[in-house]
Design a protein around this ligand. Structure first.
Ligand code: GUN
Length: 284
């Protein structure tokens, strides 16, 4: 039996919060995060509330605007253009998913690349995929990287399996693992025999939203990063991994809740801080 250790995202994010608070307290002016939420998706409302609360607790200013789900695309583009021109706004976040009548890429790419706190514009994602050092890394990916660093996990030479290929999580996380010299396999809904591929993973990152992983299909001593989040009918929040069955197989596992979720939020805060310092020429 393997002694499974927990990758505690809650504790790690608290430590990183305290560190950031000290740095923010030394700034002459507070950085400002602007968040736009279109529609009233309950999960998005919860995420946005958590982001705004964390930002305020660190000492950032926040601007929040919620628009109805049937808002015309031009109105949203105008709002982003307006925020782009306001010097006091340092980071702009458009919460995803957007209602289906909206062109997500067009909206995200309207964000000034210097204020792209999510790293989702084509400029920042292109920079990341071509190896530019100082670009903005999407929050979940940066959060996972911070969690690996906290626990001293070096993925060099490991076989990393990423399940999910979204622009938000799967693709940038695969790139992050590749940058750290893992050998990366990206799996998705059309992958054949997913289980046998997961069985070969030294580290598996799952961002699917369905219970697809259990202890039986894990390689012994593997590292398991669970990005899934699902609210059960009993109100319980669970991830992609059957946590209890993974104990005794995985060497490390991130729980849900309390794993990647809080790391995503704190990574957003570090992204905002970096953007601010770059805008103020405090960061090279
Ligand atoms: N929805 C779920 N996660 C995220 C995120 O990291 N950024 C944005 N913009 N929307 C999300």
């Amino acid at each position: 039996m393997v002694n499974t250790k927990i990758l505690d995202g809650k504790l790690t994010s608290e430590k990183l919060t305290e560190k950031l608070k000290l740095q923010v307290a030394n700034l002459a002016k507070k950085p400002t995060l602007a968040v736009l939420l279109v529609g009233d998706n309950p999960a998005s409302e919860i995420y946005v509330k958590a982001k705004l609360k964390k930002a305020q607790s660190i000492g950032f200013d926040t601007i929040f605007e919620q628009m109805s789900a049937d808002t015309a695309e031009e109105i949203i583009l105008e709002k982003i253009e307006d925020w782009n021109t306001i010097d006091d706004i340092n980071g702009i976040l458009v919460q995803l998913p957007l209602p289906s009548h909206l062109n997500k890429n067009k909206i995200l790419n309207e964000i000034d690349e210097e204020k792209d706190v999510d790293g989702l514009t084509k400029f920042n994602s292109g920079s990341y995929y071509t190896g530019v050092k100082d670009c903005v890394v999407p929050c979940t990916t940066r959060g996972i990287a911070m969690l690996l660093d906290e626990y001293g996990i070096n993925v060099e030479g490991m076989h990393a399996v990423v399940v999910g290929r979204s622009n938000l999580v799967g693709k940038p996380t695969a790139q992050m693992l590749l940058n750290r010299n893992a050998t990366v396999t990206v799996c998705h809904s059309k992958t054949k025999d997913l289980e046998s591929i997961i069985k070969t993973a030294d580290i598996v990152v799952s961002a699917v939203g369905e219970k697809i992983i259990n202890g039986k299909i894990l390689k012994n001593d593997s590292i398991v990063i669970d990005v899934g989040i699902e609210r059960r009918s009993n109100g319980k929040i669970t991830g992609d991994v059957d946590f209890d069955s993974a104990l005794g197989h995985a060497s490390f596992i991130s729980p849900v809740p309390g794993g990647v979720g809080p790391m995503t939020v704190i990574a957003l805060m570090y992204n905002l801080f970096d953007l601010y310092r770059r805008q103020q020429h405090l960061l090279q």
